[in-house]
Design a protein. Structure first.
Length: 191
C-alpha cells in the first residue's frame, strides 16, 4: 500500500504556524508520523486503510462522506504535525551532533518557550481530534470499517487518544454512556 497524505503542502503552509519559509521536506516526515500515530489510532486500521486507498486511487474515488471526515481529520493532523516537527525545526541532527539554528538578526527560542508552543499546538490538535471522534460516533453508520471485527495486527478505533494532562478527573461528563454505546457498537462484551 502506498502512503497517502491527508493534507497537502499548500494547506499545511497556508493554515499552520510553520509559515511559508519552512522547508516542507523537513516537515513531511512528521506529518507522516502524526498521521500514522494519532489519526490511525482514532480511525482504526480498516477505516484508515480505506481512506488511504481512496486517496491513492486513480482517479481518487473519495466519497462525499469520506471528504467530510477528511476535512475534520486534516485540522487535527495539521496541529499534530506542527507539534511533532517543532523540536526538529528548532534543532537539527548533523554530523557533529545536535545543533540549534541561528542566523543574523534572529533570536533562538529557549527550551521553555518552545515547550510552551508545543503545549499550545497539542491542545489545538486534541480539540480537533475530539471533533473527529464526535463526528465518527454520530455518523458511524456511514463508515462500515469503523466497527466490526479486527485482527490483532490492526488498531481498534480509540476514542480516547487525547492525553493532554496527567491528572485523572472523577467527573466523566457523559463518557460512561459514550463508552457503553461504543462498546455495544463494536460488540465488545463488558469487563
Amino acid at each position: 500500500m502506498a502512503f497517502a497524505f491527508f493534507l497537502t503542502e499548500d494547506y499545511l503552509k497556508d493554515n499552520s504556524p510553520l509559515g511559508k519559509n519552512v522547508d516542507i521536506g523537513d516537515v513531511y516526515p512528521y506529518v507522516k508520523a502524526a498521521q500514522n500515530i494519532y489519526i490511525q489510532e482514532m480511525l482504526g486500521t480498516p477505516l484508515y486503510q480505506r481512506l488511504m486507498d481512496s486517496r491513492n486511487a486513480s482517479p481518487p474515488d473519495t466519497t462525499a462522506n469520506e471528504i467530510a471526515l477528511l476535512r475534520l481529520v486534516r485540522e487535527a493532523l495539521l496541529f499534530y504535525s506542527c507539534y511533532r516537527a517543532l523540536p526538529f525545526i528548532w534543532a537539527k541532527i548533523r554530523n557533529v551532533g545536535l545543533v540549534k539554528q541561528g542566523g543574523e538578526n534572529l533570536e533562538v527560542l529557549t527550551k521553555e518557550e518552545m515547550q510552551y508552543l508545543r503545549d499550545d499546538l497539542k491542545k489545538d490538535a486534541d480539540f480537533y481530534l475530539m471533533r473527529v471522534r464526535d463526528y465518527l460516533y454520530q455518523n458511524h453508520t456511514l463508515f462500515a470499517e469503523y466497527g466490526g471485527t479486527y485482527d490483532w495486527s490492526e488498531l481498534y478505533p480509540n476514542p480516547h487518544v487525547s492525553n493532554s494532562c496527567d491528572i485523572a478527573f472523577d467527573v466523566n461528563e457523559g463518557r460512561d454512556e459514550f463508552i457503553y454505546k461504543y462498546r455495544r457498537f463494536l460488540n465488545i462484551k463488558p469487563i
